[in-house]
Ligand binder design. Structure first.
Ligand code: NAD
Length: 321
């Protein structure tokens, strides 16, 4: 049994990861802000199975005391301000949480000599590029506050390997989707909620931007693969890892698939020309490094993932806006 610290557990991806960690028999501690009205842990039905430490990541004293009080085998750091639009409108809270919060946690991990640390960066850290897919050896060139916050956290985390010998890796995963994402400003939750509620999806672009989509179960298996590669002197320490579906899909294509699997005839309402401000036009990742090093590969196609996601939101009308 491992003792695992997970930040951001009320959120979408971390709550799925928490469930997978409990399923493998781990003792899971979640460091998070006060529970929101709808917590991912509650939606997973595992609120009572994890130890919840209510703390702001930026509270260095509390975070340090939490990490140093327990001998964690692994720390997964997923907590972040994750929305691109609010980061663009007012970058300071995003930098505070995503950058200060990350170094605060890393400092605690360094002092406690945690044997495996996995930090969520993002494919957004690469910034807009003509050359695609993104590979891990490409320079990070963020061009908006959210991208810069993830690139800064990514660089700081990786520096802890050569500087302090901390076994830490960063994940640069593509757009993750699946049941339980309550961020309805994101494409897939908004589109699915709209078709289930019989209204036209409101889309902030013109449908042309291309993205790489990773089903949440595949993201969880990728996190576990990275953890395995980084711990116990593994080759993943000090490394970045992409994971994605590897095929880019346009926003319009994703909306078409959602409409087809939902049997909906509602046309999206495209509200933008091109790409929304602060967002990248085309992006997808090369996951060859993670595949090669760990044998990980995505198991769920976009169509199957969208069917599962649609089913989840149909079964959870209480979460829809
Ligand atoms: N969802 C995606 O498509 C995607 C893709 C690539 C990378 N990521 C990264 O994965 C991680 C998880 O993403 P998500 O979509 O599940 O996000 P989310 O917004 O659903 O969850 C983030 C969680 O972080 C917590 N948090 C925010 N500020 C905090 C603070 N100061 N102290 C403690 N906790 C705080 C929030 O309460 C929230 O529960 C993030 O780091 C994100 O950048 C997400």
């Amino acid at each position: 049994m491992k003792r695992v610290l997970l930040t951001g557990g009320h959120g979408f991806v971390a709550s799925h990861l928490a469930r997978a960690l409990l399923d493998r028999g781990d003792a899971v501690t979640v460091l998070e802000l006060a529970p929101p009205p709808l917590s991912g842990l509650a939606l997973q039905g595992i609120e009572s199975e994890v130890e919840l430490i209510v703390s702001d990541l930026r509270d260095a004293r509390h975070v340090g005391a939490t990490v140093e009080a327990s001998e964690f085998d692994t720390v997964f750091h997923l907590a972040a301000q994750t929305l691109v639009g609010p980061a663009m409108a007012d970058p300071t809270p995003t930098f505070e949480t995503n950058v200060r919060g990350t170094w605060t946690l890393l400092e605690a991990c360094r002092r406690a000599e945690v044997p495996a640390v996995v930090v969520a960066s993002s494919d957004k850290a690469y910034g807009p590029r003509d050359e695609l897919p993104y590979r891990e050896d490409m320079q990070l060139r963020p061009a908006s506050p959210y991208e810069a916050s993830k690139a800064a956290a990514d660089a700081i985390a990786l520096s802890y390997r050569p500087a302090y010998g901390l076994p830490v890796a960063v994940t640069r995963f593509a757009n993750i989707y699946g049941g339980g994402d309550l961020n309805f400003s994101r494409l897939i939750p908004e589109a699915i909620a709209a078709v289930l509620d019989g209204r036209r999806p409101q889309i902030r672009s013109d449908g042309s931007p291309e993205r790489d989509f990773l089903y949440v179960d595949d993201a969880v298996s990728a996190y576990l693969a990275v953890e395995h590669a980084v711990g116990a002197g593994g080759p993943g320490a000090g490394e970045a890892f992409n994971a994605g579906g590897e095929t880019p899909h346009s926003v319009a294509e994703v909306l078409g698939t959602i409409a087809a699997v939902a049997g909906s005839g509602l046309d999206p309402e495209y509200q933008g020309t091109g790409n929304p401000a602060g967002e990248i036009d085309r992006q997808y990742v090369d996951s060859a490094k993670l595949r090669r090093l760990t044998g990980w590969s995505p198991a769920v196609t976009l169509r199957d993932g969208l069917i599962r996601t649609l089913d989840w939101y149909r079964d959870h009308p209480e979460v829809r806006p």
